[in-house]
Design a protein around this ligand. Structure first.
Ligand code: FMN
Length: 206
């Protein structure tokens, strides 16, 4: 399946086959591929919690408006933003300089810029959300390619998810992606706006 095929095959699935399962090796591979998504400075803000335990799924479902796909899908990925990812980035980058992989001056310039942006909590949160979007799309395309179906979801109480999953304050649940096999009765592809209505060249005169 090439990228264009994966993009057009992907659908937000509503009805999942509740008898399907997915193993830890496959979940790990999906995350490994999703990690190829880009991030600002390569800071890598996204963390992934893969939930397959029926009891944990049931708790998540209760905090997600009771959406049945949370328990019916084989796995629930909660994409979590590390709101202090730039601090670990600074440590990594300085270690790379100390080991001689990059010049110290370059490392300090990068750390200075990244800190300048993301010491601002609002910007850190915004960037984490942007990154989760890119990671999530990569994860969904990887899943499609490997024979799974998915649905991205924001219909959940992020604070309750954090409590259920034991997230500390540094981490916030930004997006949920359920993965599994489809049951019958799912909607066909949804139409998109005409490309001519969403594209302008060289100026944004919408
Ligand atoms: C950020 C985001 C949040 C979404 N949240 C939900 C959700 O909570 N529940 C749900 O059933 N679908 C959810 N969707 C799926 C959208 O309804 C779906 O992507 C949209 O209708 C387009 O359909 P398609 O993905 O099949 O092309 C969400 C999609 C996105 C991108």
């Amino acid at each position: 399946m090439n990228v264009a095929e994966a993009l057009t095959a992907r659908l937000s699935i509503n009805n999942f086959d509740a008898s399907a399962s997915i193993d830890a090796a496959e979940l790990t591979e999906l995350v490994r591929l999703a990690q190829e998504a880009p991030s600002s400075f390569n800071i890598q803000f996204t963390r992934f919690v893969a939930v397959t335990d029926p009891e944990v799924k049931a708790k998540l479902k209760a905090a997600a408006w009771g959406q049945p796909k949370i328990t019916d899908a084989a796995a629930v990925f909660v994409l979590v933003g590390d709101l202090k990812a730039h601090e670990a980035y600074a440590v990594r980058t300085r270690a790379a300089a100390a080991a001689g992989f990059i010049p110290t001056e370059l490392a300090e310039r990068l750390v200075g810029m990244a800190s300048g942006f993301y010491n601002n909590p609002a910007m850190a949160r915004e960037e984490a959300a942007r990154s989760a979007g890119l990671s999530g799309m990569a994860l969904m395309l990887a899943a499609e390619d490997r024979g799974w179906v998915t649905c991205p979801m924001i219909g959940f109480d992020a604070k309750a998810f954090g409590e259920i999953l034991g997230l500390t304050e540094q981490y916030t649940a930004l997006m949920t992606i359920v993965v599994g096999k489809p049951a019958v009765g799912n909607m066909p592809r949804k139409a998109r706006l005409a490309t001519a209505d969403v594209l302008r060249f060289n100026a944004g005169n919408f």
